[in-house]
Write a protein that binds this ligand. Sequence first.
Ligand code: PA5
Length: 442
Amino acid sequence: MIKVNLGGCSSFVKDADYSKYVGKALDAFDVLQNESGAGNDFLGWKTLPVDVTEDIISGCEAVRDSWKAKGINLVIVIGIGGSYLGAKCALEALSHSFVRPADQPQVVFAGNNLSEEYLAELMDLAKTSNVAVIVISKSGTTTEPAVAFRIFKEYVEATYGKAEAAERIVAITDASRGALKTLSNQEGYKTFVVPDNVGGRYSVLTPVGLLPIAVAGFDIRAMLAGAAEEREALMVKSADNAAVQYAAMRNLLHLENGKSTEILVTYNPKLTFLAEWWKQLYGESEGKDLKGIFPASVANTADLHSMGQFIQEGSRIMFETVVSVEKSNRSVVIGTDEQNLDQLNYLAGQHVNHCNAMAQLGTKLAHIDGGVPQMEVSIESINEKNLGAIFYFFEFACGVSAYVLGVNPFNQPGVEAYKKNMFALLEKPGYEEQTKAIKARI
Ligand code: PA5
């Protein structure tokens, strides 16, 4: 279960103000639970941990097994935004940082950028591998994944033949609409559905996240069980509800203390992409109507040697939310050195994780002294179950928090602006007027 510790904020806020914001968060909790708020047709994610059917779970496992039987050793997952970050986060967190088990495929991502070098280098890897592709797009029309898919579809068909390509390509998209659905029907691809009522950034517990995670060899049943357990805890309307506490404090720090930036802080490189996933979730859900807390992140202790200076002494715009991991899954103990030239013998016999914990605590105290409030969101250790819990926790807290702020957490009208300009500049048919207008500006 996720625990929230607000101790590092107590010197910055008054008890009465916190109580007021807990009241607002409890009202927002009701709006989310009664499904009476803005965007309430996108609340399918709330029950995913208990709604995902056995058919979906075993369907993901069946793809994993059939690709294993074909000896596939490279799976290219194509998607962007919510169709990418959840799976990427889980794989970064759960995989060995350096060694891949011989019986697991390498899972890599494409379609999340338009870099020609990236695609060319991925093609180099594909040419020395046995390849399958998962293409994910809810709308089925997003440009970045469509470009990458066109390239790798062509490669897979040319390499393995059209019939075999259909066994090696799985699409995750809308149940009935969009170009990817039409193509999948035509080509006979196996498809999984992104439910209509689940937006991209809330979709990690649909096949969007579950299939790549299962194919990489991780336990999606445990992940769903962890999310379900967390859901049960968060369904209780109370001032002790972890999501209510987090939503109340971040809105209080923002709206009453003028903090415009929240930094998600991690102390394990495996969690760097948890921060990326979280930034999308909160940035896209809250940053609208000229409102919102800017979501940023640092990966410590590395960033203590770069961003640490700004956080300690720069403009006082931020508060921190530290994702704290209580236990390390591995053990490395610091040895004794006879010469002790590095003067580290005082640490002999200590676990490296103890040093990390002391760095975390020392930083907390220093940042509080420097005027940076700090919250902690804790998990016991990094595994599928706790990752499921933290996904659900941040999603639910995001819904509550955005309703406290007074915005629709489930739309993203602002992402269209760049697309219109890009299509006009690329001279997409139908954009002739915009092309003329934009060319006059440049
Ligand atoms: O959260 C969102 O809705 C977005 O980030 C989408 O996931 C992203 O734009 C990709 O969209 P699609 O899955 O339709 O290709």
